[in-house]
Design a protein around this ligand. Structure first.
Ligand code: HEM
Length: 479
């Protein structure tokens, strides 16, 4: 079935490749996750791509990803060498890309002290406040940003964009041929580029962290500094907080863009959500976290947004640390193992008519699996915070607004601007291509309620963060 020379015997099947370079020339340049989804139909739910020396095992079904990445997570939880992003840019400090082992676990413990399911309930007040004004920087650095043009936010957005450029699969020759990284800087243009980005990133993270530690309120920087108790450098700790901001801001923003796209294209689902909100919450106050257990359709809507267009559509690569056998195939130690989130979210054996946006599937079966936050021990640490953000923002947006098409004048006629639901960006994260939507208050009364609630809200972030600290101390005391 495949060219024997490029593959060790017993590997899962895959497209035949060329000597030495294997499948490199066949790497799809547009929507690789959709192409791999199709290849999965031909080669099966587990198949191999040989990228020069790198063996990549693609998992295209819920079952294969669950069997390997979840059930055997003791050996499927490392990361492949991502030389450009992990080494040249991050100098080994980006937890997302760290190999599995004691060092990653030490950082994971620090990050989970800020993000666990239990701890995330202590952020409700802040999320409620910020959802009225739309949540970001406060937890990490103990300071509110009120304007999207603030320089602090711009700097972090530049870092996110820079990092994403270093993560594009296939974009950097050194990721395909890692041995090239021994070349001196004058011969290795990527090293000079990465140095520039690293110096900027490190300086911003250290500055933000120093300001946060000097501030009067509780924040994540203070939390990890006190837990690490001198065992890690300030730079490493500043990176732990920086990466939490990096991986949360782009992903969560994309989830809301997908939400808006889904809401625009599926008015029936919006009507169902609004009927639930009106019944449970009524018309005289905004929904809040106290309503969390009584709004199943809002949770279903959020889950379906995450399934319909998974944010990291192509998956985040894992690496296997031992030789393994699965379905009669050999999976060699060191291979990269990628769960294709797009293919898994379209898995027909799990989701009926997966191409449809249908929140009701989560009402019929609230235990459906969801690949969007990844798998096993590397599952997104921030999933509880992210889910809470999605709950409160979706509930409040749909309570307060109708989301409708924009119109354009064409030869004297008003024409609806209908976005293409499949038009998404490429890259590590995939978001909808720009589109227009109109948010219209559902009634003047509801508009008044939003204004009134914002006027009486506690907006002093240090007051709220000190309450967060007290709530976390109470949780520890109870435990
Ligand atoms: C909708 C929003 C989000 C999505 C879709 C998302 C998705 C992901 C995915 C797919 C991974 C890699 C999983 C794997 O390797 O199998 C990941 C890792 C991670 N996420 Fe998220 N994420 C989101 C929001 C957040 C937030 C809000 C935070 C923190 C505040 C966060 C923190 C992290 C961290 C620290 C990791 C690295 C875990 C590691 O060390 O490997 N994420 N996320």
């Amino acid at each position: 079935l495949y060219v024997g020379k490029q593959r060790s015997p017993g590997l899962p099947p895959g497209p035949p490749g060329l000597p030495i370079i294997g499948n490199i020339l066949q790497s799809p340049t547009t929507y690789p996750w959709r192409v791999y989804h199709q290849w999965g139909k031909k080669y099966g739910p587990i198949f191999t791509l040989q990228m020069a020396q790198n063996t990549i095992i693609m998992l295209g079904s819920h079952q294969t990803a669950n069997d390997l990445l979840n059930k055997r997570s003791n050996i499927y939880s490392s990361r492949p060498r991502m030389v450009m992003a992990g080494e040249c840019l991050g100098h080994g400090m980006l937890t997302l890309l760290m190999p599995y082992g004691p060092r990653w676990r030490a950082h994971q413990r620090l990050q989970m002290s800020c993000l666990s399911k239990q701890v995330s309930t202590t952020y409700y007040e802040l999320q409620e406040m910020e959802s009225k004004h739309l949540f970001g920087f406060s937890l990490a650095y103990g300071k509110r940003l009120t304007d999207i043009h603030e320089p602090d936010l711009k700097e972090l957005d530049i870092i996110v964009e820079n990092t994403l450029t270093t993560l594009i699969p296939g974009a950097w020759v050194v990721d395909t041929l890692p041995f090239l990284n021994i070349l001196p800087k004058w011969l290795a243009s990527w090293k000079k580029y990465a140095d520039r980005l690293h110096n900027f990133e490190s300086a911003v993270y250290l500055k933000n962290s120093a300001n946060a530690i000097a501030s009067s309120s509780w924040n994540w920087c203070k939390q990890v500094e006190s837990l690490a108790n001198g065992a890690m450098s300030h730079e490493e700790l500043a990176y732990d907080i920086g990466i939490m901001y990096e991986v949360s801001s782009d992903t969560t923003t994309i989830a809301f863009e997908v939400f808006t796209l889904a809401a625009l294209l599926h008015p029936n689902a919006v009507q169902k959500a609004q009927a639930e909100l009106d019944r449970v919450v009524g018309l005289d106050r905004l929904p809040n976290f106290g309503d969390k257990n009584n709004l199943p359709y809002i949770h279903a809507f959020a889950n379906e947004v995450l399934r319909w267009r998974p944010v990291a559509a192509g998956g985040v690569p894992h690496a296997v640390t031992e030789d393994d056998e699965y379905m009669g195939y050999h999976i060699p130690k060191g291979a990269t193992v990628i769960a294709n989130h797009w293919a898994i979210c379209q898995d027909e054996s799990v989701y009926d008519s997966p191409e449809l946006f249908n929140p009701d599937r989560w009402i019929e079966n609230p235990n459906l699996p969801l690949a969007t936050f990844g798998h096993g021990r590397r599952t997104c640490f921030g999933q509880h915070v992210a889910r809470n953000s999605m709950f409160i923002i979706i509930a409040r947006l749909l309570w307060a607004f109708d989301i409708d098409y924009s119109f354009e004048e064409k030869s004297g006629h008003k024409v609806r601007l209908i976005p293409d639901p499949m038009a998404m960006t490429q890259g590590f994260n995939s978001k909808p291509m720009p589109f227009k939507a109109n948010f219209k208050p559902r009634s003047p009364h509801m508009e008044d309620v939003v204004r009134r609630e914002w006027d009486v809200e506690e907006k002093d972030v240090s007051v709220i963060l000190n309450r967060v600290q007290k709530a976390q101390a109470a949780q520890k005391h109870k435990a």
